[in-house]
Design a protein around this ligand. Structure first.
Ligand code: PEP
Length: 248
């Protein structure tokens, strides 16, 4: 039985004052949840998350990481630095990183390994664009994105989280139907199964893409949907908590 996991991806939003009230709201409502939850904040606010969340059941994490261990890489943040702030999760391969920063699946795989090496859990994002879906390429695209990571993480596959995020559903208000999402999740599970049947039973596969309080229950009722990666709805404590509640 996999525990549900709800992760907020704040993207490049927030400031100290707004974060303080969002974090306080989440902490006040997250106690007693049967599902796990976490927020992935912009790097400058990780210390604030650590201060606000350490005594709570809410974990925190980052939205990206360098594949390099350290050194002359101006502007980059190393996995060890994120671990220094007790991050539990690091999102890698978000479609916005792939689209706006040209990140390849090979680079995403190296980032996943860097996260594992630093003792944290990578949340590996995969997903097809609208054009790819319409061309019937969804299965091939997500399988190649996940495959690159599976090739590099080897037997540590049990330590990753996967997030299926159809690019056309991110921030658009268009959500995959539960059946559409389940179909891809089942395919991803089968791919994990082929790599390591025991691990595949425990790896959480999250759905992301306009998950909201009013569609979360139906999505997370699907057998292979183990939670959500939430963008817009993670910026309001009430909405984020309603989704967490749907995961219970
Ligand atoms: C995301 O960016 O990971 C995401 C799922 O965003 P939204 O929920 O806003 O579609």
């Amino acid at each position: 039985m996999r525990r549900k996991l709800v992760v907020g991806n704040w993207k490049m939003n927030g400031n100290r004052a707004a974060n303080a009230s969002l974090l306080a709201g989440i902490v006040a409502g997250a106690n007693g949840s049967n599902a796990s939850c976490a927020v992935c904040a912009p790097a400058p606010y990780l210390a604030q998350c650590q201060d606000a969340l350490s005594a709570s059941p809410v974990a925190w994490g980052a939205q990206d990481v360098s594949a390099q261990p350290g050194g002359a890489f101006t502007g980059e943040v190393a996995a060890a630095m994120l671990a220094d702030f007790a991050c539990k999760y690091v999102i890698v391969g978000h479609s916005e990183r792939r689209a706006y920063h040209g990140e390849s699946s090979e680079l995403v795989a190296k980032k996943a390994v860097a996260v594992l090496d630093a003792g944290m859990t990578p949340i590996v994002c995969v997903g097809e664009t609208l054009a790819e879906r319409e061309a019937g390429q969804t299965a091939a695209v997500v399988s190649s994105q996940l495959g690159a990571v599976l090739d590099l993480v080897g037997e540590r596959v049990a330590q990753i989280v996967v997030a299926y995020e159809p690019v056309w559903a991110i921030g658009t208000g268009k959500t995959a139907t539960p059946a559409m999402a389940q179909e891809v999740h089942a395919q991803l599970r089968a791919q994990l199964m082929a790599k390591n049947a025991v691990a595949a039973e425990t790896v959480q596969i999250l759905y992301g893409g306009s998950m909201k309080p009013d569609n979360a229950l139906e999505l997370m009722a699907q057998p292979d949907i183990d939670g959500g990666l939430i963008g817009g709805a993670a910026l309001k404590a009430a909405d984020f908590l309603a989704i967490l509640n749907a995961a219970n």
